[in-house]
Design a protein around this ligand. Structure first.
Ligand SMILES: [Zn+2]
Length: 396
């Protein structure tokens, strides 16, 4: 009995050791296929090389022991021969019991062996299933890796494209930067031109005097020349317009002043008497008279015209043969005013405005006049000035 107990115990020990390892998931946990293969191999080898031989060995030994006992029984039976029937029966019974017991033990062991085999097969099947799962997983993993590789390739290509585009952008940025530099330089040039033109405009303006026709005509001349230079040298039509407009505004101001500047010769003729003090000897006495205007003589009695734009402030029509006779006074609105005397007739009314060069009357000899002439007076801020400054008359 002891041999079977020991065998059984040993078998259980082996079995327990194996299943312990199996059920604790050492084989079916999250381990690599390779590892699993190695472990499975080990278990198979273990069964093949250790457990099975051991069991087979025991089985053979048990069978041999049984056979031996049976053979011994037969031999004893034969040897006893003629021994007492009781003894024979007793021995036969013992042998029978022993045989039965052995057979029973043998069957139990065989059954146990079958169970182990069955469990082992189950385990192998499970391992096969796990193997399949691993293989499937492997396949999936492979295809995933393949996809991943393709995606990586795609990403690499896109990366390359992005890199190329970045280079392209960088090149364009460089071009833009260069263009910006050119634009900046041009802008600087424009700024300088701008500044220069404004300085020109300012300098033209600074030298203009509404009391000096020379500066005004000179300014207009400069303005026209500047406009010509601007048109010839600047490409940008908007800038040309801007600068020309600037200069035109200056020109308009100058023209406005010029309009009121009394330099239009009121009538054709020659100077018969100048402005200022005149000394003469009458009856041996030297007399000094102050002539308040400039006399322009013309026997053909031409029209008399306004020396500048302005408003008629006085029309003196009373003629008693003294003084200036029929005369007209005009306020030009800029501190200037003019007077035209000895007129034969007048064609304007008080309060009316007249343009520079507009007719106001006819040259005559009304008042204290010895011949047909126009007596011209010019005032600045109420003070008489020599009219010769404003006109280009010649002496008689
Ligand atoms: Zn006079």
């Amino acid at each position: 009995m002891s041999i079977f107990s020991k065998d059984k115990k040993n078998t259980e020990t082996h079995k327990d050791g194996f299943w312990k390892s199996v059920y604790e998931g050492e084989f079916f946990g999250r381990i690599s296929k390779k590892e699993a293969g190695i472990r499975r191999f080990d278990v198979r080898e273990h069964f093949k090389n250790v457990i099975f031989p051991h069991l087979k060995e025991r089985k053979a030994a048990i069978r041999a022991a049984a056979a031996f006992l049976v053979a011994a029984g037969v031999l004893l039976y034969a040897a006893a021969g003629h021994r007492a029937v009781d003894r024979e029966k007793e021995i036969t019974k013992i042998l029978h019991d022993k045989n039965t017991d052995i057979t029973r033990q043998l069957d139990a062991t065989a059954s146990e062996l079958d169970n182990v085999s069955e469990e082992f097969n189950k385990t192998l099947n499970e391992m096969e299933e796990k193997d399949n799962i691993i293989a499937e997983t492997d396949t999936k993993l492979s295809s995933l890796l393949e996809e991943n590789e393709e995606q990586q390739q795609l990403i690499d290509e896109q990366q390359q494209t992005i890199g190329d585009q970045q280079n392209h952008i960088d090149e364009q940025q460089e071009i833009i930067d260069n263009q910006q530099q050119i634009i900046d330089e041009q802008q600087n040039a424009i700024d300088l031109t701008d500044e220069a033109i404004r300085e020109i405009a300012d300098s033209i303006g600074a030298n203009i005097s509404s009391r000096n026709a020379g500066t005004m005509y000179n300014a207009l001349d400069k303005i026209n020349k500047s406009k010509q230079i601007i048109s010839d040298t600047i490409d940008d039509p908007e800038k040309v317009k801007e600068y020309c407009d600037l200069l035109d505004r200056k020109a308009a101001e100058v023209n406005e002043d010029l309009k009121r500047y009394p330099d239009y010769e009121p009538a054709p003729g020659k100077i018969s008497y100048t402005f200022g003090n005149h000394t003469s000897v009458r009856n041996g006495v030297t007399v000094t008279n102050f002539h308040r205007g400039l006399d322009i003589h013309n026997p053909s009695s031409p029209p008399v015209k306004s020396a500048a734009y302005g408003k008629i402030t006085e029309v003196h029509l009373h003629n008693d043969g003294t003084g200036l006779g029929i005369y007209v006074r005009i306020d030009h609105g800029n501190g200037y005013s003019t007077l035209y005397g000895h007129l034969a007739s007048v064609c304007v009314k008080e309060g009316q405005t007249v343009e520079k060069g507009q007719q106001i009357g006819i040259m005559g000899k009304t008042g204290a006049a010895t011949g047909v002439h126009v007596h011209i007076e010019v005032y600045i801020d109420g003070q008489r000035v020599d009219p010769i400054t404003y006109f280009d008359y010649e002496f008689m």
